[in-house]
Each structure stands twice: as structure tokens, then as C-alpha cells.
Design a protein around this ligand. Structure first.
Ligand code: ADP
Length: 483
């Protein structure tokens, strides 16, 4: 039976001990996959050439069936491994806390490769140290923070050494390797190591290391490939968690700055409010009780004081509203009102702002009353903001118009000026807090963000477009109240 020669001496011995009468090799694709051994015939007669021919035909069929069963088994196992790989990788993707992620990576790797222990290791070339980030399956109950000094025999650049095996490093038997000088391996009775490097911008920074205890383990190609695929997914999850961590830190920092700014605004507003009230009160006393000649030069001075006190009050209120809007605590007091009437009242209040720059106001309102739900003071504030901007950003003596129209069950209010207009690239940004196209006029850059938010709280929208013939048109919509 020449085929027996392709077996190892031990296997040959076993087969011989069976003391068969006839040995039929089972070949699948020219590979010996088994031997059919027959004992004596029941008739005690010898096997004939015909028996041999018959058995040879049967043996081919048996070999094919066996091979098919083996392939099916292997495919089934591979499908199972892929499913596990997928599940384990999916578990990582949802973890954004880096420390928990490292821990999960070690646990899932151990499950996938049925490893005795797994550690997530950081590699420090300069200090020539390996330090543990997370681990599973070690005897040492608190291995986190363990530092492994690397033996001298291992070349200077540790990371190059670890990468020498091209992608993975395998130590089949620690006992015959320089790393056996590391006490940790002795304490943990580590015999075999499979390490998968994790790189950051091409530099080896860490590794997932799989340990096997007691007897040396030979990691198969399938196992190594599975570990590589899983670790690549792990590296992506780590990068993801890193980015999330950075983004979260930045977000928290921005929130902290916003809170500081809000607190500062509140403090400044309250500090300014008290002296302002005192100035206003004193002005009124002089006007009413001390008697001021309303046609004399002091009347003009009082007007200047009053106007500026008024302006400062508006600015302070703007800051306080801004803080409320930022913290989503601003609430409206809505009542049904005719929009024409609300516009007329609001524009009247704002006329002095325009007069101070010798500008005129033209209104062209809807012919019939149209009811909208309004917080009157807030509506006045929206219009005041648009009118004061229209005045501020257009020439002295120019005309400003307020028009209304109806579109899709909404009233649209257009405030147009003949000023410098808003360049198209800034038409969204001007509604963001603190954004200003230029800094050559006074202002904080928060008025429009407040006005837009107030409009949105009314269920409407605000936008800007070019005015025909130059200048800009700021428009806002309000839903019409259906009776
Ligand atoms: P502020 O006027 O205090 O700067 P706003 O939020 O009211 O803040 O306006 C933001 C920016 O939008 C202004 O700095 C200005 O550049 C631009 N802007 C607002 N209204 C007009 C307008 N009517 N014409 C041209 N630019 C304007």
C-alpha cells in the first residue's frame, strides 16, 4: 500500500495496528483524505481483483462525499466566524468612551480567537516601554498601568522590531525568545503571542496582543486574518472615539465660554441699568420740577440725554433678550392683532431713529385688516431692529419703506432701504450671533439673530434679498390667523 507512505510514522503505526486485510485509499482531488480498511470476509475467502475494482469505485464516491461534507463544514464555520466578526465589530462602533472601548476591544478579541488573555498595549519607543491600556483574562487583577520594560536584546527601535513581521508579530514559543526575560510573561505563564499593530499616521503607536498560556499555540492563517480584520475595525472605532472626544471637548469648551459670556452680559446689564435709571430719573426731575425752557438750548441738551438713555436701555434689553434666547427661556405673550395696526404703532415709536438721520418712512400696507397672533412688544422689537439697521446702513436723507403682502397664508413684511446692501455670500451669516459684515459702525452683531429668533417663535421666517434699484430688503413672515 504505497499511499501509506504519505502518512506520518505515528499514523502509519495506528493504521498497521488495525491489522486489516485490504486497504483502500480515499483520494479527493489527488489528496489522500482517508483509508478504508477492511477486515476478513465473513466467508473467510480472500479478496478478489473484482472486489478490489468494486471497492475502488465505491471509495471514490466516499472520498467525494467526505470532501464535500468537509468543505460544507468549513464554509459553515467561516460563515459563523464572519457573523461573530461582524457582531464584535458592531459592538465597538457604538462605544465612544475611549477607555471602555479599549476594554471592549480586548474582550471581543478574546472571544473571537478563543484566547486565554488579550491586552491593549501602548508602545513607547523613546522610553522603550510597553504599557497596558486595557486587558482581559490576566491573572493579575489590576493590570492597568502595568509597564513592561523591554529587554536589551530587542533592537533599539522597538516599533520597527515589532513590525518586522510585516503587519503582525507572532512568537510561537515565548520560552525560546528574548521576551521571556520580561517577568510578566513568566508570572502569567504566557507561551504564545500574536500581536496586531495599530498605527496612527503610519506610526506604530499601540497593539492588540493575544496571549495563549501553558502550551505553545500555532495561530492559523484564518485566525491571523480574522484578528487583522477585527483590529482594523477596532482602529477605526478608536479613531472615531478620538474624534468624538476632541469634538466633545471643544463643544464643552464652547458651552463654557457661552455661559461665561451670558453671565458677563447679565452682570454688565444689571450694573448699567441702575445708574441709567438714576440718570433718567434725575432728568425727569429737572424737566418737571426745576423747570426747563423747552425752547432754549438746554432743551436740545435734554433731548440728547434722553435719546441716548433710550438707546442704552434698548441695548441693555437686547443683551438680556440675547441671553434668554441662547438659553431657550424666552416666552411670547401672544394675542390676536391686526397686522396693519401693529405695524403703524411700531413704526411711529421708531420714527425718531429715522429723523435723527433725516430719513423718511413710506408705508404701503394691506388694504384690509389681517389678523395674526402677536406678542406686541416683541413684534415692535423686530421692526425696531430692522428699521434701525435700515437707517444705520443707508445714507442720511434716504427713504425707507415698509410694505406688506400675502403669500401662502402668511403676511410678509418687507423693510427696504437704499443702502449698501448685503453681499450674497453673507446673507445667511448676518443672522448668526456676533457676525458683522464690517466693523466700521457701532453694534454687537446680535440684533438680527434676536429678530430672526423672535420671528421664528411667532411661527414665521426672516431673510434678506436685494432691493430693486439698490439697497436691501429684509423680510419676515407671520402666519395668518384663520378665524
Ligand atoms: P449690528 O447692526 O449690531 O452689527 P445686526 O445683527 O443687526 O448687528 O446686523 C448684523 C450685520 O448685518 C451688520 O453688522 C451689517 O453688516 C449687516 N446688516 C444688517 N442690516 C443691514 C442693512 N439694512 N443693510 C446692510 N447691511 C446690514
Amino acid at each position: 500500500m504505497p499511499r501509506l507512505l504519505s502518512m506520518g510514522p505515528n499514523e502509519r503505526e495506528v493504521v498497521r495496528n488495525l491489522e486489516g486485510e485490504l486497504y483502500i485509499p480515499l483520494n479527493a482531488q489527488d489528496r489522500l483524505i482517508g483509508i478504508l480498511i477492511l477486515g476478513q470476509k465473513l466467508s473467510q475467502q480472500l479478496f478478489t481483483t473484482r472486489d478490489l475494482q468494486l471497492l475502488s469505485t465505491v471509495s471514490t464516491q466516499i472520498a467525494v462525499s467526505l470532501e464535500n461534507a468537509r468543505l460544507y463544514q468549513r464554509e459553515k464555520q467561516r460563515a459563523g466566524e464572519l457573523a461573530m466578526l461582524y457582531q464584535s465589530s458592531a459592538k465597538l462602533a457604538s462605544e465612544l468612551d475611549l477607555n471602555l472601548l479599549y476594554q471592549k476591544i480586548t474582550e471581543e478579541t478574546a472571544k473571537l480567537l478563543q484566547a486565554d488573555a488579550v491586552v491593549f498595549l501602548n508602545i513607547d519607543d523613546v522610553k522603550r516601554r510597553l504599557s497596558f491600556q486595557a486587558s482581559t483574562g490576566l491573572n493579575n487583577t489590576n493590570p492597568q498601568g502595568i509597564d513592561l520594560p523591554v529587554p536589551q536584546e530587542i533592537p533599539e527601535e522597538l516599533s520597527n522590531y515589532l513590525r518586522a513581521e510585516n503587519e503582525v508579530f507572532i512568537i510561537n514559543d515565548v520560552n525560546t525568545h528574548p521576551v521571556n526575560r520580561i517577568r510578566f510573561f513568566q508570572q502569567e505563564q504566557i507561551r504564545s503571542i500574536l500581536g496586531i499593530p495599530i498605527t496612527e499616521s503610519g506610526k506604530l503607536v499601540s497593539a492588540i496582543v493575544i496571549f495563549s498560556r501553558e502550551t505553545p499555540r500555532r495561530f492559523t492563517d484564518e485566525e491571523v486574518n480574522m484578528a487583522l480584520t477585527f483590529c482594523r475595525n477596532a482602529a477605526l472605532a478608536i479613531e472615531n472615539a478620538h474624534l468624538y472626544g476632541i469634538e466633545r471637548k471643544q463643544r464643552l469648551e464652547l458651552e463654557r465660554l457661552d455661559e461665561m459670556r451670558s453671565n458677563f452680559f447679565i452682570a454688565v446689564s444689571h450694573e448699567l441699568k441702575t445708574p441709567l435709571t438714576a440718570i433718567k430719573g434725575a432728568g425727569e426731575i429737572i424737566l418737571n420740577e426745576q423747570g426747563v425752557n423747552l425752547d432754549g438750548p438746554e432743551a436740545e441738551l435734554f433731548n440728547i440725554i434722553n435719546r441716548n438713555v433710550q438707546r442704552m436701555e434698548t441695548r441693555i434689553q437686547e443683551l438680556l433678550d440675547f441671553v434668554k434666547i441662547q438659553s431657550d427661556t424666552l416666552q411670547l405673550d401672544l394675542k390676536a392683532e391686526d397686522v396693519n395696526q401693529a405695524i403703524e404703532e411700531s413704526t411711529t415709536v421708531n420714527l425718531p431713529t429715522l429723523w435723527s438721520r433725516k430719513q423718511t418712512l413710506e408705508t404701503d400696507l394691506l388694504p384690509s385688516p389681517t389678523t395674526v397672533m402677536l406678542d406686541h412688544n416683541r413684534f415692535e422689537q423686530i421692526l425696531a431692529n430692522l428699521l434701525s439697521n435700515a437707517s444705520k446702513y443707508s445714507p442720511r436723507g434716504s427713504e425707507i419703506t415698509v410694505e406688506t403682502r400675502i403669500e401662502d397664508s402668511k403676511v410678509i413684511i418687507d423693510v427696504s432701504d437704499r443702502g449698501r446692501g448685503v453681499p450674497p455670500e453673507f446673507r445667511e451669516q448676518i443672522f448668526e450671533s456676533y457676525f458683522r459684515v464690517e466693523n466700521n459702525t457701532s453694534g454687537l452683531g446680535i440684533g438680527l439673530s434676536i429678530a430672526r429668533k423672535l420671528t421664528e417663535l411667532h411661527g414665521g421666517q426672516m431673510w434678506v434679498s436685494d432691493r430693486d434699484g439698490g439697497g436691501s430688503t429684509f423680510s419676515f413672515s407671520l402666519p395668518i390667523e384663520q378665524n
